[in-house]
Structure formats: C-alpha cells, structure tokens
Design a protein around this ligand. Structure first.
Ligand code: AMP
Length: 291
C-alpha cells in the first residue's frame, strides 16, 4: 500500500494524472467513514487511478448550518484513503475554488426544488456548482456517488446530462453501521455529533423506512397508508422532529397511489439531538439503483 499523494494545486494534479489510464473520482467533504471508503473501493476496482477530493464546500451550507463546526481531520482521512487504495487526494483551498470575483452558480431546476431543496434553500446549487468545478478540474472517466444522498445523485445526474459532462455516474448503495446490520444507521460524517445512545435512537429513521417496505410487501399501495406505517414507528421516538417522509417515483414525485416503477424510493429527513439526518431505501427489494 502506497501513501496517497496530496495535491492542493489543480494544475499539479492534472499533470500527475497524465498517462495514468482511466480515472475514478470520489468527491467528499472528508471526515471519512466506511461509506466513503466503499466508494473509493468501487473506484479502485473499475479504474486505473483513483482520485479522492476532500473539500468542505461553503457554498452548500445555509447561514444557520454547521459549516464552521463540520468535522475536519485530514491526517485521519489520509489513513482511510490509503487503506482504500486511493492514488491521489485533491484538497483545494477556498481561494483556489472560489477566488475573488467568483460569481457563477449552477442551478438544477425541478429536481432541486423538493425535499432537501425546500428545507435547505440553495444547498443543491452549492453542490452542483462545486461538483461541476471538481469534474472540470479532475476530468475523471467515472464519478462515484453515494445513494445515501438519493436526491443529490438525481440532481448531479441531471446536471451531467444537461451540460454534456463527459463522465459516467456510478451510484453506490448506502453503507450502514455494523450493529443491528440491516437496521443500522446510515453512516454519515454528521453522526460524529451524536453519542452512542443517540446513535442507537437515531436508528428510528431506518426502522421507519423498513416499516414502509413491510407495508408495501404486504400489498399496501396507497401512499398515505404507506407513509403512516413509517410515521407510526417515528412516533415511538419523541426526540425525532420529522422534516419529511415520502415515497417517490424515479422523478422524485409523490403520487397518491404507487405505480410500478423500478426506482420507487422511500426518503426520510428528521432532526434529532440538533443534527439533521437523512436516509432512504428502495420501496421494494426489486427496486434498483438510481436511474
Ligand atoms: P459527503 O462527504 O457527506 O459529502 O459525502 C461524499 C460522498 O459519500 C457522497 O457521494 C455521499 O453520498 C457518499 N456517502 C456518504 N455517506 C455514505 C454512506 N453511508 N454510504 C454510501 N455512501 C455514502
């Protein structure tokens, strides 16, 4: 295992990538966990060179969000990157990403305007802007994105299609905490804000999603009734303040009754112990990865 080489200068990274074959890219905000490492391992398996970016992007945080307190630990991240076989780490400065005079925004309409887009105004514009910049700097063949952020994958796929970005998107299934295996909490850098007891209680999100899946498997097709199955579980945890629980089709639309759509998905967002948590699962075991 060799040490990943760290770059802050995009020109130096580009020079190092010359003649390195196919490039797989994993954009992150750091404080890496096994979900991120899984993206890196997928990239390692299908590409000659793996580039990881670590950049806490100020543009995607709202004024009352946790930009200042977002966890950061480059030394620790480099160890995770090393064990996942990353070749190059790109860790640009704010001055590199947003020099004085920077004034362009990439806004992906429609798909950004629901769910997290409503709760976090400007968030997806910030994400799309930084990811397009990173794609232009790294110029990868494939970009690996976690399905944990289902709407984010939809937004970025839309942007990549609409703006003819020459990159293949690979969606990677959500990695959950080990205890209680399939019921576990989706791994997130923000879980570091929670203590062990709070993490255990936060599994109410994934348990609510499972309850919706079970109701669907039992034949329920009415969207309100499906949602109610999840809400009943959520009610058992008084510390969960629900933002949304919804069942959507491949266009992220909620309809009164569930139609056969291989990409039907249950999405949840809630605030617990001062932390905003999101999760999602396929409605049925037959539902696939992001279209
Ligand atoms: P972040 O650092 O939170 O911006 O995440 C960087 C990438 O890792 C995004 O594509 C996320 O969707 C993905 N990711 C975050 N958590 C998980 C997880 N638990 N399982 C799989 N991918 C994840």
């Amino acid at each position: 295992m060799t040490e990943p080489q760290v770059f802050t200068d995009p020109a130096e990274l580009r020079a190092a990538l010359q003649g390195r074959g196919t490039v797989g890219f994993v954009p992150t905000m750091g404080y890496l966990h096994d979900g991120h490492a899984t993206l890196m391992r997928w990239a390692r398996q299908s590409c000659d060179t793996v580039v990881l970016s670590i950049y806490v992007n100020p543009l995607q945080f709202g004024p009352n969000e946790d930009y200042a307190s977002y966890p950061r630990d480059l030394e620790r991240d480099l160890k995770v990157a090393r064990s996942a076989g990353v070749d190059f780490v790109f860790a640009p400065s704010d001055a590199t990403m947003y020099p004085p005079g920077f004034s362009t925004r990439v806004s992906v309409n429609g798909v950004s305007d629901t769910l997290d887009g409503l709760s976090r105004p400007g968030h997806f514009t910030g994400v799309a802007t930084v990811v397009l910049k990173l794609l232009n700097l790294v110029r990868p063949d494939k970009v690996f994105l976690g399905e944990k952020d289902w709407q984010q994958v939809a937004v970025l796929r839309r942007m990549i299609t609409d703006l003819n970005v020459a990159v293949e998107v690979v969606g990677v299934p959500t990695v959950r905490s080990e205890e209680a295996a399939s019921l576990g909490l989706a791994l997130s850098s923000r879980n570091s804000y929670l203590n062990e007891e709070q993490k255990a209680r936060a599994t109410v999100l994934s348990r609510a999603l499972r309850a919706v899946q079970a109701a669907y498997a039992a034949g329920e097709r009415d969207t309100q009734a499906l949602k109610q199955a999840g809400l009943n579980v959520l009610k058992t945890e008084p510390d969960a303040q629900l933002d949304y629980l919804t069942v959507v089709d491949s266009n992220l639309q909620e309809t009164p009754r569930i139609a056969e759509d291989p990409f039907n998905r249950i999405l949840i967002a809630a605030r617990m112990f001062g932390v905003r948590l999101i999760d999602n699962m396929p409605l049925s075991a037959n539902n696939g990865a992001h279209p």
